[in-house]
Design a protein around this ligand. Structure first.
Ligand SMILES: NC(=O)c1ccc[n+]([C@@H]2O[C@H](COP(=O)([O-])OP(=O)(O)OC[C@H]3O[C@@H](n4cnc5c(N)ncnc54)[C@H](O)[C@@H]3O)[C@@H](O)[C@H]2O)c1
Ligand SMILES: O=S(=O)(O)c1ccc(CO)cc1
Length: 480
Protein backbone atom coordinates (compact mmCIF):
# COMPACT_ATOMS: atom_id res chain seq x y z
CA UNK A 1 0.00 0.00 0.00
CA UNK A 2 1.31 3.45 -0.92
CA UNK A 3 1.17 6.47 1.33
CA UNK A 4 1.19 9.83 -0.50
CA UNK A 5 3.77 12.58 -0.24
CA UNK A 6 2.25 15.08 2.21
CA UNK A 7 1.68 18.75 1.45
CA UNK A 8 -0.22 21.65 2.95
CA UNK A 9 -2.62 23.71 0.86
CA UNK A 10 -1.98 27.39 1.52
CA UNK A 11 -3.13 30.36 -0.56
CA UNK A 12 -3.85 28.21 -3.57
CA UNK A 13 -0.56 26.26 -3.57
CA UNK A 14 0.31 22.76 -2.46
CA UNK A 15 3.44 23.20 -0.36
CA UNK A 16 5.88 20.50 0.68
CA UNK A 17 8.53 22.96 1.95
CA UNK A 18 7.25 25.01 4.87
CA UNK A 19 8.66 27.16 7.65
CA UNK A 20 7.41 25.16 10.64
CA UNK A 21 9.66 22.12 10.23
CA UNK A 22 8.47 18.54 9.79
CA UNK A 23 6.91 15.81 11.84
CA UNK A 24 6.94 12.07 11.27
CA UNK A 25 3.70 10.23 10.47
CA UNK A 26 3.74 6.74 11.97
CA UNK A 27 1.82 3.59 11.07
CA UNK A 28 0.31 2.65 14.47
CA UNK A 29 0.19 -1.04 13.54
CA UNK A 30 3.96 -1.27 12.96
CA UNK A 31 5.40 1.90 14.55
CA UNK A 32 7.17 2.55 11.23
CA UNK A 33 7.56 6.10 9.92
CA UNK A 34 5.56 6.31 6.70
CA UNK A 35 5.91 9.99 5.79
CA UNK A 36 7.15 13.39 6.84
CA UNK A 37 4.48 16.04 7.36
CA UNK A 38 5.40 19.66 6.59
CA UNK A 39 4.30 22.04 9.35
CA UNK A 40 3.17 25.61 8.86
CA UNK A 41 4.99 28.56 10.41
CA UNK A 42 3.12 31.62 11.68
CA UNK A 43 3.51 33.54 8.40
CA UNK A 44 2.02 30.60 6.54
CA UNK A 45 -0.90 30.42 8.95
CA UNK A 46 -1.51 34.13 8.30
CA UNK A 47 -1.36 33.45 4.56
CA UNK A 48 -3.93 30.68 4.96
CA UNK A 49 -6.29 32.92 6.93
CA UNK A 50 -5.95 35.79 4.44
CA UNK A 51 -6.47 33.35 1.60
CA UNK A 52 -9.71 32.16 3.29
CA UNK A 53 -10.83 35.79 3.51
CA UNK A 54 -10.42 36.15 -0.29
CA UNK A 55 -11.85 32.70 -0.92
CA UNK A 56 -14.97 33.54 1.03
CA UNK A 57 -15.80 36.44 -1.29
CA UNK A 58 -15.38 34.21 -4.36
CA UNK A 59 -17.22 31.18 -3.01
CA UNK A 60 -20.20 32.89 -1.43
CA UNK A 61 -20.75 34.68 -4.77
CA UNK A 62 -21.60 31.38 -6.46
CA UNK A 63 -25.21 30.29 -6.61
CA UNK A 64 -26.42 27.55 -4.31
CA UNK A 65 -26.91 25.31 -7.36
CA UNK A 66 -23.32 25.89 -8.49
CA UNK A 67 -21.98 25.08 -5.02
CA UNK A 68 -24.16 21.99 -4.91
CA UNK A 69 -22.87 20.74 -8.26
CA UNK A 70 -19.24 21.30 -7.29
CA UNK A 71 -19.68 19.49 -3.98
CA UNK A 72 -21.47 16.60 -5.67
CA UNK A 73 -18.57 16.27 -8.09
CA UNK A 74 -16.22 16.12 -5.09
CA UNK A 75 -18.38 13.38 -3.56
CA UNK A 76 -18.17 11.40 -6.81
CA UNK A 77 -14.39 11.68 -6.82
CA UNK A 78 -14.18 10.56 -3.18
CA UNK A 79 -16.37 7.57 -4.01
CA UNK A 80 -14.33 6.73 -7.11
CA UNK A 81 -11.10 6.91 -5.07
CA UNK A 82 -12.57 5.24 -1.98
CA UNK A 83 -10.28 2.22 -2.06
CA UNK A 84 -7.11 4.31 -2.32
CA UNK A 85 -8.23 6.77 0.36
CA UNK A 86 -9.24 3.91 2.66
CA UNK A 87 -5.80 2.34 2.31
CA UNK A 88 -4.15 5.62 3.28
CA UNK A 89 -6.54 5.93 6.22
CA UNK A 90 -5.68 2.45 7.50
CA UNK A 91 -1.96 3.07 7.10
CA UNK A 92 -2.02 6.25 9.19
CA UNK A 93 -4.80 5.41 11.67
CA UNK A 94 -4.79 1.64 11.97
CA UNK A 95 -8.46 0.67 11.73
CA UNK A 96 -9.42 -2.40 9.65
CA UNK A 97 -9.60 -1.69 5.93
CA UNK A 98 -13.32 -2.58 5.76
CA UNK A 99 -14.03 0.08 8.44
CA UNK A 100 -11.93 2.62 6.51
CA UNK A 101 -13.77 1.86 3.27
CA UNK A 102 -17.12 2.30 4.98
CA UNK A 103 -15.94 5.57 6.51
CA UNK A 104 -14.81 6.96 3.16
CA UNK A 105 -18.01 6.07 1.31
CA UNK A 106 -20.07 7.49 4.18
CA UNK A 107 -18.00 10.67 3.91
CA UNK A 108 -19.04 10.96 0.25
CA UNK A 109 -22.66 10.54 1.37
CA UNK A 110 -22.23 13.35 3.91
CA UNK A 111 -20.89 15.63 1.17
CA UNK A 112 -23.80 14.72 -1.13
CA UNK A 113 -26.39 15.38 1.58
CA UNK A 114 -24.99 18.79 2.51
CA UNK A 115 -24.58 19.69 -1.18
CA UNK A 116 -28.31 19.12 -1.68
CA UNK A 117 -29.14 20.99 1.53
CA UNK A 118 -27.32 24.04 0.10
CA UNK A 119 -30.30 24.40 -2.27
CA UNK A 120 -32.74 24.31 0.64
CA UNK A 121 -31.31 27.06 2.81
CA UNK A 122 -34.73 28.70 2.80
CA UNK A 123 -35.74 31.98 4.37
CA UNK A 124 -39.18 33.29 5.38
CA UNK A 125 -41.41 36.17 4.41
CA UNK A 126 -43.04 37.73 7.45
CA UNK A 127 -46.15 39.93 7.09
CA UNK A 128 -45.19 43.50 8.04
CA UNK A 129 -47.00 45.03 11.03
CA UNK A 130 -46.95 48.59 9.64
CA UNK A 131 -48.04 50.11 6.34
CA UNK A 132 -45.48 51.10 3.72
CA UNK A 133 -43.36 47.99 4.02
CA UNK A 134 -42.99 46.06 0.76
CA UNK A 135 -41.34 43.00 2.25
CA UNK A 136 -39.95 41.75 5.49
CA UNK A 137 -37.77 38.69 5.09
CA UNK A 138 -35.63 36.43 7.24
CA UNK A 139 -32.67 34.87 5.47
CA UNK A 140 -29.59 32.79 6.16
CA UNK A 141 -26.16 33.91 4.95
CA UNK A 142 -22.79 32.14 5.29
CA UNK A 143 -21.03 33.06 8.52
CA UNK A 144 -17.62 33.65 6.88
CA UNK A 145 -14.21 31.92 6.88
CA UNK A 146 -14.15 28.91 9.19
CA UNK A 147 -11.25 27.42 11.16
CA UNK A 148 -11.90 23.67 11.44
CA UNK A 149 -9.98 21.27 13.73
CA UNK A 150 -10.42 17.52 13.40
CA UNK A 151 -8.96 14.60 15.36
CA UNK A 152 -7.37 11.32 14.30
CA UNK A 153 -10.15 8.80 15.06
CA UNK A 154 -12.17 9.42 11.87
CA UNK A 155 -9.68 11.00 9.45
CA UNK A 156 -12.25 11.10 6.60
CA UNK A 157 -15.65 11.39 8.27
CA UNK A 158 -14.86 14.29 10.59
CA UNK A 159 -13.20 16.54 7.96
CA UNK A 160 -16.05 15.60 5.57
CA UNK A 161 -18.66 16.76 8.11
CA UNK A 162 -17.02 20.16 8.50
CA UNK A 163 -15.94 20.75 4.90
CA UNK A 164 -19.29 19.65 3.44
CA UNK A 165 -21.43 21.87 5.67
CA UNK A 166 -19.16 24.91 5.64
CA UNK A 167 -18.69 24.85 1.88
CA UNK A 168 -22.36 24.08 1.21
CA UNK A 169 -23.35 27.13 3.25
CA UNK A 170 -20.94 29.30 1.22
CA UNK A 171 -18.13 29.57 3.80
CA UNK A 172 -14.43 29.23 3.07
CA UNK A 173 -12.33 26.98 5.33
CA UNK A 174 -8.90 26.60 6.86
CA UNK A 175 -8.81 23.01 8.08
CA UNK A 176 -6.24 21.54 10.46
CA UNK A 177 -6.51 17.75 10.54
CA UNK A 178 -4.77 15.78 13.28
CA UNK A 179 -1.04 15.62 12.65
CA UNK A 180 -1.23 11.84 13.21
CA UNK A 181 -3.60 11.38 10.21
CA UNK A 182 -3.11 14.13 7.62
CA UNK A 183 -3.01 12.00 4.43
CA UNK A 184 -6.72 11.18 4.29
CA UNK A 185 -7.73 14.81 4.77
CA UNK A 186 -5.25 15.90 2.10
CA UNK A 187 -6.90 13.54 -0.42
CA UNK A 188 -10.35 14.90 0.48
CA UNK A 189 -9.16 18.50 0.13
CA UNK A 190 -7.72 17.59 -3.28
CA UNK A 191 -11.09 16.14 -4.34
CA UNK A 192 -12.90 19.38 -3.39
CA UNK A 193 -10.34 21.56 -5.21
CA UNK A 194 -10.35 19.37 -8.32
CA UNK A 195 -14.15 19.59 -8.34
CA UNK A 196 -14.02 23.37 -8.60
CA UNK A 197 -13.90 24.83 -5.08
CA UNK A 198 -11.82 28.02 -5.57
CA UNK A 199 -8.23 27.47 -4.35
CA UNK A 200 -8.47 30.29 -1.82
CA UNK A 201 -11.71 28.88 -0.36
CA UNK A 202 -10.02 25.77 1.00
CA UNK A 203 -6.74 25.82 2.91
CA UNK A 204 -5.19 22.92 4.83
CA UNK A 205 -2.54 23.49 7.48
CA UNK A 206 -0.79 21.39 10.13
CA UNK A 207 1.52 22.33 12.96
CA UNK A 208 1.58 22.39 16.72
CA UNK A 209 -2.17 21.99 17.50
CA UNK A 210 -2.29 24.55 20.31
CA UNK A 211 -0.27 27.12 18.35
CA UNK A 212 -2.28 26.69 15.15
CA UNK A 213 -5.66 26.85 16.87
CA UNK A 214 -4.66 29.83 18.99
CA UNK A 215 -3.33 31.72 15.95
CA UNK A 216 -6.33 31.02 13.75
CA UNK A 217 -9.01 31.67 16.38
CA UNK A 218 -7.46 35.08 17.13
CA UNK A 219 -7.02 35.96 13.46
CA UNK A 220 -9.51 38.65 12.38
CA UNK A 221 -10.31 36.88 9.10
CA UNK A 222 -11.76 33.86 10.91
CA UNK A 223 -15.47 34.16 11.76
CA UNK A 224 -16.25 30.69 13.09
CA UNK A 225 -14.46 27.85 14.84
CA UNK A 226 -15.49 24.22 14.55
CA UNK A 227 -13.67 21.68 16.71
CA UNK A 228 -13.96 17.94 17.32
CA UNK A 229 -11.93 16.48 20.16
CA UNK A 230 -11.71 16.27 23.92
CA UNK A 231 -13.93 18.18 26.36
CA UNK A 232 -10.84 19.81 27.90
CA UNK A 233 -9.51 21.19 24.61
CA UNK A 234 -13.05 22.07 23.46
CA UNK A 235 -13.51 24.27 26.52
CA UNK A 236 -10.20 26.06 25.84
CA UNK A 237 -11.01 26.73 22.19
CA UNK A 238 -14.62 27.68 22.99
CA UNK A 239 -13.39 30.21 25.57
CA UNK A 240 -10.92 31.68 23.12
CA UNK A 241 -13.58 31.98 20.41
CA UNK A 242 -15.98 33.54 22.92
CA UNK A 243 -13.48 36.29 23.71
CA UNK A 244 -13.95 37.48 20.11
CA UNK A 245 -17.67 36.57 20.11
CA UNK A 246 -16.83 34.17 17.28
CA UNK A 247 -19.24 31.36 16.48
CA UNK A 248 -18.20 27.98 17.88
CA UNK A 249 -19.30 24.42 17.31
CA UNK A 250 -17.81 21.72 19.55
CA UNK A 251 -18.20 17.98 19.09
CA UNK A 252 -16.60 16.84 22.31
CA UNK A 253 -16.29 13.68 24.32
CA UNK A 254 -18.96 11.36 25.62
CA UNK A 255 -19.34 8.52 28.09
CA UNK A 256 -22.19 6.58 26.56
CA UNK A 257 -24.33 4.34 28.78
CA UNK A 258 -26.13 1.25 27.51
CA UNK A 259 -29.16 0.09 29.51
CA UNK A 260 -29.88 -3.55 28.85
CA UNK A 261 -33.46 -4.10 30.00
CA UNK A 262 -34.64 -7.31 31.57
CA UNK A 263 -36.84 -8.05 28.56
CA UNK A 264 -34.10 -7.41 25.96
CA UNK A 265 -33.13 -9.98 23.35
CA UNK A 266 -29.79 -10.77 25.03
CA UNK A 267 -27.97 -12.50 22.14
CA UNK A 268 -28.95 -9.63 19.82
CA UNK A 269 -28.00 -6.95 22.37
CA UNK A 270 -24.66 -8.67 23.02
CA UNK A 271 -23.76 -8.95 19.36
CA UNK A 272 -24.59 -5.30 18.69
CA UNK A 273 -22.83 -4.14 21.86
CA UNK A 274 -19.59 -5.97 21.12
CA UNK A 275 -19.45 -4.69 17.55
CA UNK A 276 -20.11 -1.11 18.71
CA UNK A 277 -17.71 -1.27 21.66
CA UNK A 278 -14.64 -2.54 19.83
CA UNK A 279 -15.20 -0.78 16.47
CA UNK A 280 -12.23 1.50 15.78
CA UNK A 281 -10.69 0.02 18.96
CA UNK A 282 -13.22 2.00 20.99
CA UNK A 283 -11.88 5.34 19.74
CA UNK A 284 -15.31 6.73 18.93
CA UNK A 285 -16.84 9.67 20.78
CA UNK A 286 -20.25 7.97 20.86
CA UNK A 287 -18.78 4.56 21.74
CA UNK A 288 -20.69 2.58 24.41
CA UNK A 289 -18.72 2.56 27.66
CA UNK A 290 -20.97 1.78 30.67
CA UNK A 291 -23.20 -1.28 30.28
CA UNK A 292 -26.00 -1.41 32.87
CA UNK A 293 -27.33 -4.96 33.15
CA UNK A 294 -30.12 -6.37 35.41
CA UNK A 295 -28.47 -7.96 38.44
CA UNK A 296 -30.18 -11.34 37.96
CA UNK A 297 -28.76 -11.61 34.42
CA UNK A 298 -25.40 -9.97 35.13
CA UNK A 299 -23.40 -13.23 35.22
CA UNK A 300 -24.87 -14.43 31.93
CA UNK A 301 -24.08 -11.09 30.21
CA UNK A 302 -20.57 -10.78 31.65
CA UNK A 303 -19.56 -14.30 30.69
CA UNK A 304 -20.71 -13.95 27.09
CA UNK A 305 -19.22 -10.45 26.78
CA UNK A 306 -15.81 -11.56 28.04
CA UNK A 307 -15.77 -14.67 25.86
CA UNK A 308 -16.46 -12.61 22.72
CA UNK A 309 -13.97 -9.86 23.70
CA UNK A 310 -11.22 -12.48 24.21
CA UNK A 311 -11.96 -13.98 20.80
CA UNK A 312 -11.41 -10.75 18.86
CA UNK A 313 -8.56 -10.96 16.34
CA UNK A 314 -6.18 -8.03 16.75
CA UNK A 315 -3.82 -7.08 13.97
CA UNK A 316 -2.76 -4.77 11.21
CA UNK A 317 -5.84 -3.15 9.68
CA UNK A 318 -4.63 -4.00 6.20
CA UNK A 319 -4.97 -7.73 6.99
CA UNK A 320 -8.55 -8.76 6.06
CA UNK A 321 -8.64 -11.13 9.07
CA UNK A 322 -8.20 -8.27 11.54
CA UNK A 323 -11.22 -7.37 13.67
CA UNK A 324 -9.60 -4.73 15.86
CA UNK A 325 -6.59 -2.58 14.98
CA UNK A 326 -4.13 -0.70 17.16
CA UNK A 327 -4.75 2.51 19.08
CA UNK A 328 -3.85 5.65 17.15
CA UNK A 329 -0.66 6.54 18.98
CA UNK A 330 1.56 5.62 21.94
CA UNK A 331 -0.07 8.09 24.39
CA UNK A 332 -3.35 6.19 24.09
CA UNK A 333 -1.70 2.97 25.40
CA UNK A 334 -0.37 4.75 28.48
CA UNK A 335 -3.78 6.27 29.07
CA UNK A 336 -5.54 2.87 28.82
CA UNK A 337 -3.17 1.43 31.39
CA UNK A 338 -3.89 4.32 33.76
CA UNK A 339 -7.66 3.74 33.44
CA UNK A 340 -7.31 0.02 34.18
CA UNK A 341 -4.85 0.37 37.07
CA UNK A 342 -6.93 3.08 38.73
CA UNK A 343 -10.15 1.03 38.47
CA UNK A 344 -8.49 -2.09 39.89
CA UNK A 345 -6.86 -0.13 42.72
CA UNK A 346 -10.28 1.21 43.67
CA UNK A 347 -11.82 -2.27 43.83
CA UNK A 348 -13.20 -2.97 40.33
CA UNK A 349 -12.82 -6.46 38.85
CA UNK A 350 -10.75 -6.88 35.71
CA UNK A 351 -12.62 -9.60 33.80
CA UNK A 352 -10.30 -9.69 30.78
CA UNK A 353 -7.57 -7.73 29.01
CA UNK A 354 -6.02 -4.76 30.73
CA UNK A 355 -2.57 -4.82 29.13
CA UNK A 356 -0.61 -3.70 26.14
CA UNK A 357 -0.11 -6.51 23.62
CA UNK A 358 3.57 -7.43 23.44
CA UNK A 359 4.24 -6.90 19.75
CA UNK A 360 5.15 -3.90 17.58
CA UNK A 361 2.30 -1.43 17.21
CA UNK A 362 0.06 0.33 19.71
CA UNK A 363 -2.16 -2.63 20.53
CA UNK A 364 -4.15 -2.83 23.75
CA UNK A 365 -6.18 -5.89 24.72
CA UNK A 366 -9.98 -5.69 24.55
CA UNK A 367 -10.69 -5.02 28.20
CA UNK A 368 -13.74 -5.69 30.35
CA UNK A 369 -14.09 -4.24 33.85
CA UNK A 370 -16.97 -4.97 36.25
CA UNK A 371 -18.34 -3.18 39.31
CA UNK A 372 -16.23 -0.07 38.92
CA UNK A 373 -16.78 2.38 41.80
CA UNK A 374 -18.34 5.70 40.84
CA UNK A 375 -15.16 7.56 41.76
CA UNK A 376 -12.90 5.48 39.50
CA UNK A 377 -11.46 7.39 36.56
CA UNK A 378 -13.06 5.06 34.01
CA UNK A 379 -16.51 5.96 35.41
CA UNK A 380 -15.85 9.70 35.24
CA UNK A 381 -13.75 10.21 32.11
CA UNK A 382 -14.01 8.92 28.58
CA UNK A 383 -11.48 6.08 28.18
CA UNK A 384 -11.55 6.47 24.38
CA UNK A 385 -10.27 2.96 23.82
CA UNK A 386 -11.22 -0.73 24.01
CA UNK A 387 -12.48 -0.69 27.61
CA UNK A 388 -16.02 -1.75 28.55
CA UNK A 389 -17.44 -1.36 32.06
CA UNK A 390 -20.23 -3.71 33.18
CA UNK A 391 -22.44 -2.56 36.05
CA UNK A 392 -25.40 -4.42 37.61
CA UNK A 393 -28.65 -2.61 38.45
CA UNK A 394 -31.81 -3.47 40.38
CA UNK A 395 -34.47 -1.12 39.01
CA UNK A 396 -34.86 0.71 35.72
CA UNK A 397 -35.17 4.03 37.57
CA UNK A 398 -31.77 3.39 39.15
CA UNK A 399 -30.22 2.52 35.76
CA UNK A 400 -31.60 5.71 34.20
CA UNK A 401 -30.29 7.81 37.09
CA UNK A 402 -26.81 6.28 36.75
CA UNK A 403 -26.86 6.65 32.98
CA UNK A 404 -27.59 10.37 33.38
CA UNK A 405 -25.23 10.95 36.30
CA UNK A 406 -22.22 12.25 34.35
CA UNK A 407 -21.74 15.75 32.95
CA UNK A 408 -21.65 14.29 29.40
CA UNK A 409 -24.49 13.58 26.99
CA UNK A 410 -23.40 12.52 23.52
CA UNK A 411 -24.68 8.98 22.80
CA UNK A 412 -26.92 6.85 25.02
CA UNK A 413 -28.33 3.43 24.18
CA UNK A 414 -30.79 0.86 25.46
CA UNK A 415 -32.10 -2.56 24.55
CA UNK A 416 -35.73 -3.52 25.19
CA UNK A 417 -38.52 -5.36 23.41
CA UNK A 418 -41.20 -3.23 25.03
CA UNK A 419 -42.37 -0.22 23.02
CA UNK A 420 -43.46 1.70 26.09
CA UNK A 421 -40.09 1.20 27.77
CA UNK A 422 -38.38 2.26 24.53
CA UNK A 423 -40.29 5.55 24.56
CA UNK A 424 -39.72 6.06 28.28
CA UNK A 425 -35.96 5.63 27.81
CA UNK A 426 -35.95 7.76 24.66
CA UNK A 427 -37.51 10.53 26.73
CA UNK A 428 -35.45 10.13 29.91
CA UNK A 429 -31.90 9.65 28.61
CA UNK A 430 -29.97 12.92 28.61
CA UNK A 431 -28.02 12.79 25.36
CA UNK A 432 -27.98 14.33 21.92
CA UNK A 433 -28.36 10.92 20.26
CA UNK A 434 -30.31 8.03 21.75
CA UNK A 435 -30.31 4.62 20.08
CA UNK A 436 -32.84 2.00 21.15
CA UNK A 437 -31.93 -1.51 20.00
CA UNK A 438 -29.19 -0.16 17.77
CA UNK A 439 -26.02 1.93 17.81
CA UNK A 440 -26.24 3.55 14.38
CA UNK A 441 -26.84 7.11 15.56
CA UNK A 442 -24.33 8.72 13.20
CA UNK A 443 -26.01 9.16 9.81
CA UNK A 444 -25.45 11.84 7.14
CA UNK A 445 -29.12 12.84 7.23
CA UNK A 446 -29.31 13.16 11.02
CA UNK A 447 -27.91 15.89 13.29
CA UNK A 448 -25.02 14.69 15.47
CA UNK A 449 -24.16 16.62 18.63
CA UNK A 450 -23.88 16.49 22.38
CA UNK A 451 -25.69 17.78 25.43
CA UNK A 452 -24.04 19.08 28.57
CA UNK A 453 -20.22 19.07 28.33
CA UNK A 454 -20.32 16.84 25.26
CA UNK A 455 -20.61 19.77 22.95
CA UNK A 456 -22.38 22.69 21.47
CA UNK A 457 -24.19 22.64 18.14
CA UNK A 458 -24.66 19.77 15.71
CA UNK A 459 -23.01 18.45 12.58
CA UNK A 460 -24.68 16.72 9.61
CA UNK A 461 -28.39 16.74 8.86
CA UNK A 462 -30.22 19.96 8.03
CA UNK A 463 -29.22 21.38 11.44
CA UNK A 464 -25.51 20.90 10.64
CA UNK A 465 -25.72 23.40 7.78
CA UNK A 466 -27.45 26.07 9.86
CA UNK A 467 -24.46 26.35 12.20
CA UNK A 468 -22.44 27.76 9.30
CA UNK A 469 -24.94 30.55 8.71
CA UNK A 470 -26.00 33.82 10.28
CA UNK A 471 -29.58 35.04 10.37
CA UNK A 472 -30.28 38.35 8.66
CA UNK A 473 -33.58 40.16 8.38
CA UNK A 474 -34.25 42.44 5.43
CA UNK A 475 -37.04 44.99 5.50
CA UNK A 476 -37.79 46.89 2.28
CA UNK A 477 -40.03 49.93 2.53
CA UNK A 478 -41.80 51.97 -0.14
CA UNK A 479 -39.19 54.46 -1.48
CA UNK A 480 -41.13 57.56 -0.46
N1 LIG B 1 -14.55 13.64 20.12
C1 LIG B 1 -13.71 12.92 19.37
O1 LIG B 1 -14.07 12.45 18.33
C2 LIG B 1 -12.27 12.76 19.83
C3 LIG B 1 -11.29 12.38 18.92
C4 LIG B 1 -9.97 12.22 19.36
C5 LIG B 1 -9.65 12.42 20.69
N2 LIG B 1 -10.66 12.77 21.52
C6 LIG B 1 -10.39 12.97 22.96
O2 LIG B 1 -9.06 13.36 23.17
C7 LIG B 1 -8.53 12.58 24.23
C8 LIG B 1 -7.09 12.42 24.12
O3 LIG B 1 -6.64 12.20 22.79
P1 LIG B 1 -5.11 12.42 22.51
O4 LIG B 1 -4.34 11.47 23.37
O5 LIG B 1 -4.82 12.39 21.06
O6 LIG B 1 -4.91 13.85 23.13
P2 LIG B 1 -4.89 15.30 22.57
O7 LIG B 1 -5.77 16.13 23.43
O8 LIG B 1 -3.46 15.67 22.43
O9 LIG B 1 -5.46 15.29 21.07
C9 LIG B 1 -6.81 15.07 20.72
C10 LIG B 1 -7.11 15.83 19.44
O10 LIG B 1 -7.24 17.22 19.73
C11 LIG B 1 -6.28 17.99 19.00
N3 LIG B 1 -5.83 19.05 19.86
C12 LIG B 1 -5.21 18.94 21.06
N4 LIG B 1 -4.97 20.15 21.58
C13 LIG B 1 -5.43 21.05 20.69
C14 LIG B 1 -5.49 22.47 20.65
N5 LIG B 1 -5.04 23.22 21.66
N6 LIG B 1 -6.03 23.07 19.56
C15 LIG B 1 -6.52 22.33 18.55
N7 LIG B 1 -6.52 20.98 18.53
C16 LIG B 1 -5.98 20.37 19.59
C17 LIG B 1 -5.19 17.02 18.60
O11 LIG B 1 -4.55 17.43 17.43
C18 LIG B 1 -5.99 15.73 18.41
O12 LIG B 1 -6.55 15.68 17.14
C19 LIG B 1 -9.27 11.29 24.14
O13 LIG B 1 -9.29 10.64 25.37
C20 LIG B 1 -10.63 11.71 23.73
O14 LIG B 1 -11.41 12.03 24.86
C21 LIG B 1 -11.93 12.94 21.14
O1 LIG C 1 -18.70 5.80 11.72
S1 LIG C 1 -19.75 6.62 12.23
O2 LIG C 1 -20.74 5.83 13.01
O3 LIG C 1 -20.40 7.37 11.18
C1 LIG C 1 -19.07 7.80 13.33
C2 LIG C 1 -19.47 7.84 14.65
C3 LIG C 1 -18.92 8.78 15.50
C4 LIG C 1 -17.99 9.67 15.02
C5 LIG C 1 -17.39 10.71 15.93
O4 LIG C 1 -16.40 10.18 16.78
C6 LIG C 1 -17.60 9.63 13.71
C7 LIG C 1 -18.14 8.67 12.85
Amino acid sequence: MDYPELALHIAGQWRTQTAGGRRAVVNPATEEVIAQLPLAGRDELAEAAESARRGFVQWRGKSALERCNILRTAAQTIRAQAKTIAQVLTLEQGKPLAESLREVTLSADIVDFQAEEAKRLYGRLVPPRVEGILSQSVMRQPVGPVAAFTPWNFPANLPARKLASALAAGCSVVIKPAEETPGTCMLLVRAFLDAGVPPDALNMVCGDPAEVSSFLIDHPAIAKVSFTGSVAVGKLLGEQAARHVKRFTGELGGHAPVIVCDDADFPFALKQSLAAKFRNAGQVCASPIRFYVPRRRFGEWSEAFVQAARALRLGDGSDPATQMGPLAHARRIEDMQRFVDDAVERGAQLLCGGHRVQRPGYFFEPTVIANAPADSRVMRQEPFGPIAVLQPYDTLDEAIAQANALPYGLGAYAFTRDLQTAHRLGDALEAGMVGINHFGVSQPEMPFGGWKESGIGQEMGAEGLLHYTEVKTLTVGVPS
